[in-house]
Design a protein around this ligand. Structure first.
Ligand code: NAD
Ligand code: ZN
Ligand code: ZN
Length: 396
């Protein structure tokens, strides 16, 4: 089959690789019909390279048609239409039953000290072949895949794999009080969707911050009060502008939908680049122990949130030695919640909104639909935010 493989920094290629097959009774193999490109893939493209191996198959936002199931997957059969959550969990351990499949005790990548494995996401997360491919082997298929009805185009459902539950969890963790306000930093797919969900759930004021004009426009068109980072001389001016709209206090909650590649501080790039140049054996551990994220967005979130408010972090950070402003966090009595989205924890709550009247605007959420063979162009375009690319779906 053809699959998108990682070959090196900013180097992905579509290559012929062996077809996946059933290896465990709890496996399924699906024929992928749509597969998303995510901000998280961009970390692998550029920053997390020490944790990648050339030839790794990328992608964690796939849906498709079940081809084959193992004997331990009673509820799926060939021909079913399914969306595959980006994490692999058993559905039956203490963590899964608590609603935390990202921490699944059956599948945890204990050799790396990490939680549940993720499709197409570095050896830290199990080096599992990903879903930007013609076929995908889905482990723990007795729990993961979400069955969806025939009829609507893939666009209606594909975001259940990641964007929707991630944005949903971001808003749930933000815990915006009735009639309250929330600021969303970053208006990529995750931040944009988080704004939509916050409004749907009744947040009174939703503020959105980014620096890409078409991303700001998309949010503004759906009622978000937007702020263009480029129009402020410094962070203080931005904080003042948003505080002015919240009685001088700051929003009740701030969602960080940016993560480690935040625009606005370059210091950590040096460390990341240095680690990426080391021999593979050294590069991994070293990057792991000494890495520092670019923390501009997280610092802004902590400064901006009102005293006693909540910071909800969806953006991915990977540093082990990040300097955090604990004086401010403690003094402002901030609550901080974060993590990978627990997909199946939220999917049943979300599905009722995936209807013909489309309250979340999923049907035209994608800005680009490309064949899988265009993956190298798609990655480049999405990373550089060219051609109005906000969400890219690929069709094998
Ligand atoms: N927690 C999870 O389960 C989960 C799931 C999916 C994605 N993510 C993470 O969420 C983040 C966003 O994902 P995405 O797909 O929307 O990616 P994206 O890269 O398209 O979006 C990030 C946006 O942040 C903007 N930005 C950069 N610096 C900023 C700053 N200082 N202030 C405000 N905006 C800034 C960029 O212009 C961009 O529009 C990524 O870090 C991704 O890894 C997490
Ligand atoms: Zn994703
Ligand atoms: Zn489990």
């Amino acid at each position: 089959m053809r699959a998108v493989t990682w070959q090196g920094k900013r180097d992905v290629r579509v290559e012929e690789v062996p077809d996946p097959r059933i290896e465990e009774p709890t496996d399924a193999v699906i024929r992928v019909t749509s597969t998303g490109l995510c901000g998280s893939d961009l970390h692998l493209y550029e920053v997390l390279t020490p944790f990648m191996t050339p030839g790794d198959i990328l992608g964690h936002e796939a849906m498709g048609i079940v081809e084959e199931v193992g004997a331990g997957v009673p509820d799926l059969q060939a021909g079913d239409r399914v969306v595959v959550p980006f994490q692999i969990a058993c559905g039956n351990c203490w963590m899964c039953l608590t609603g935390l499949p990202t921490q699944c005790e059956t599948t945890q990548v204990s050799t790396e000290g990490m939680g549940a494995p993720l499709f197409g996401y570095t050896r830290l997360y199990g080096a599992v072949p990903g879903g930007q491919a013609e076929y995908l082997r889905v482990p723990q298929a007795q729990y993961g895949p979400i069955k969806v009805p025939e009829g609507p185009a893939d666009d209606r459902f594909v975001y259940l794999s990641d964007v929707l539950p991630t944005a949903w969890q971001a808003v749930a963790y933000a815990d915006v009080p009735e009639g309250g306000s929330v600021a969303v930093l970053g208006l990529g797919p995750i931040g944009d969707m988080a704004c939509r969900i916050a409004r749907l759930q009744g947040a009174d004021r939703v503020f959105g911050v980014d620096l890409v004009p078409e991303r700001l426009r998309r949010a503004r068109e759906r009622g978000v009060e937007t702020f263009d980072l480029r129009s402020f001389d410094d962070e203080k001016e931005l904080l003042t502008a948003i505080r002015d709209r919240t009685d001088g206090r700051g929003p009740d909650a701030v969602i960080d939908a940016v993560g480690t590649e935040a625009h606005g501080s370059g210091a950590a790039r040096l460390v990341q680049n240095a680690a990426a140049l080391l021999p593979r054996k050294l590069g991994g551990p070293l990057a792991e122990r000494f890495s520092v994220d670019r923390l501009a967005a997280l610092y802004t979130a902590i400064d901006l949130v009102r005293r006693g408010g909540t910071v909800s972090v969806s953006g991915v950070y990977g540093g082990m030695a990040d300097p955090m402003p604990l004086l401010t966090m403690f003094d402002k009595q901030i609550q901080l919640r974060m993590g990978q989205a627990n997909v199946r924890r939220w999917s049943d709550e979300i599905i009722p909104y995936l209807t013909d009247d489309d309250p979340l605007g999923v049907d035209d959420f994608a800005t680009h639909r490309l064949p899988l063979s265009d993956a190298p162009t798609a990655y480049d375009m999405f990373q550089r935010k060219r051609d109005g690319a906000v969400k890219v779906l690929m069709k094998p």
